[in-house]
Design a protein around this ligand. Sequence first.
Ligand SMILES: NC(=O)c1ccc[n+]([C@@H]2O[C@H](COP(=O)([O-])OP(=O)(O)OC[C@H]3O[C@@H](n4cnc5c(N)ncnc54)[C@H](O)[C@@H]3O)[C@@H](O)[C@H]2O)c1
Ligand SMILES: O=P(O)(O)OC[C@@H](O)[C@@H](O)[C@H](O)[C@H](O)CO
Length: 543
Amino acid sequence: MLSLNDDYLAKSADFSTQTIAIPKFDQSKISNSTKEKPVWVHFGGGNLFRCFHAKIAQDLINNHELTSGVTIAETYDDEVIEKIYNAYHNRILRVVMNSDGSLEKELLASVGEAVYFNQASEKGWNRLTEIFTKPSLQFATFSITEKGYALTDVSGALTQAAKEDIQNGPEKPKTNMGAIAHLLYARYNAGKLPIAMVSTDNFSQNGLKLETEVLRVAEGWLKNGFVDQEFIAYLKDPKKVSFPWTMIDRITPNPAQSVADRLKSSGFADTTILHTKKHTNIAPFGNTEKTHYLVIEDNFPNGRPQLEKAGVILTDRETVNDADQMKVTACLNPLHTALAIYGNLLDYTSIADELTDDDLLGLIKALGYKEDLPVVKDPKIINPKKFIDELITMRLPNKNIPDTPQRIASDTSQKIAIRYGVTIQHYLDDPQLDVTSLEFIPLVLAGWCRYLMGIDDNGNEFTQSPDPLLDNLKSYVAGINLSDDDQAKIHQALKPILANKSIFGNDLYQIGLGDIVEDYFKQLIAGKHAVRKTLHETVKNKK
Ligand SMILES: NC(=O)c1ccc[n+]([C@@H]2O[C@H](COP(=O)([O-])OP(=O)(O)OC[C@H]3O[C@@H](n4cnc5c(N)ncnc54)[C@H](O)[C@@H]3O)[C@@H](O)[C@H]2O)c1
Ligand SMILES: O=P(O)(O)OC[C@@H](O)[C@@H](O)[C@H](O)[C@H](O)CO
């Protein structure tokens, strides 16, 4: 059996027999230069990083475009560093799952160092702080999930941790954004060194969000006398600290047992999937799809490697924003979340299987083509109609991709405003359009309220995916039972959810959608199999 920890250069013939591509470089040299002259730090070493960013770095190192590797900084899950990075010499087996059933395998050794960067670990905290004082550091990327940026709670007020960070100053903040502001303060004190801070998380204007939240902490420190105005000026000077916007697209499911089994039977030993206490599902291997897009605003004040040589599109902010709005708010992620919600209610555990269900296929087609596409601005670099066509006909139905509605349903409360709220806002802003003409977005939002009940369409309980607001949201619908048809009771249960601007971007009642969602919800709870019936009738009538 071959292992990730084997000497891949000495055993290159064995790796070749198993059709595993190997690095063209000596990992120890790259690790040393990463430690001495770090260039690229990545926050959140989860599956997306392992399958996408790490491969970009590997291609650049292979082609001598990058002379040091990536430093992983994990702020959240210490098990990931210890049991997945360090235990395997920071290596990754990346598997691309083609639609013809074949697997493309590559051993990635582009991570040079992996650090648990959390105030609970003095060693990791000091090490990353030191890295941020190095002039060689050019940029940091992030894939820490949408909730990783939060400083406020559901009511829009600062969380307790955020208040404490602002109160206690830059030494040892607890929140991610406080910790990032701490690092930038160290970089400022090291000579106002330049850097690009590049969010690659799935939400519109992700760079702006990162910038706003870091500044929120820093300005709190200014007010409390911990930092001077010059630090704020440094953060706001794009020639010193930039926050480029990005669009990232690559369906990267959690590592799947089916892939582990295929690797094992081909003679690869490291296939144990780890489910951490903090709910990260991760393994020595990562599995991803072939299709991918990474579009980044070209604003790197300390320079950058030739990322375009590894397939990254570098462009201006407007084009990034258009591409991102196209993908995240219209042509992919809203369709994904619709499949996640209805997939759970209808007991699906595979996205590819859902695509064989005419009602679900009809739902995402109606959402994408009828309601989202008309308000999408063409980013020019990717054609929106072709993008949906490719998604619906090739990417989602790929049976070789083990993606699940359960993965996509995690943190839905954090994603609704982005995945549906932006389109709703376009309908509100355009005098030619009528927001109350929308049918499928309200059907999905009603489906989400139905999902919060934790009862599937057969009347059985199902396990909901993790979500920071889940307990709170579930409490509102706790008194609702299947077959309830008391409109006042339904209204009382749904009002605190549907009126919440931080979830939807608007109070849905104020814009005329609240009653439409309530109406669908009433149909969806009409009894067992009412979800199927409502979905079928709504989709059928619109074909
Ligand atoms: N997986 C995909 O298909 C995909 C594609 C495009 C974009 N994305 C973006 O990347 C993000 C991560 O996806 P993934 O597949 O790597 O997920 P994952 O579950 O494999 O990894 C999540 C990573 O984020 C960290 N994390 C989780 N909660 C955190 C918190 N509160 N604060 C800081 N770090 C936290 C985890 O420790 C882990 O490193 C997504 O949320 C999304 O924004 C994912
Ligand atoms: O990663 P999340 O949790 O923001 O969303 C789940 C999926 O919709 C997402 O990961 C997609 O697979 C991805 O956006 C495809 O590029």
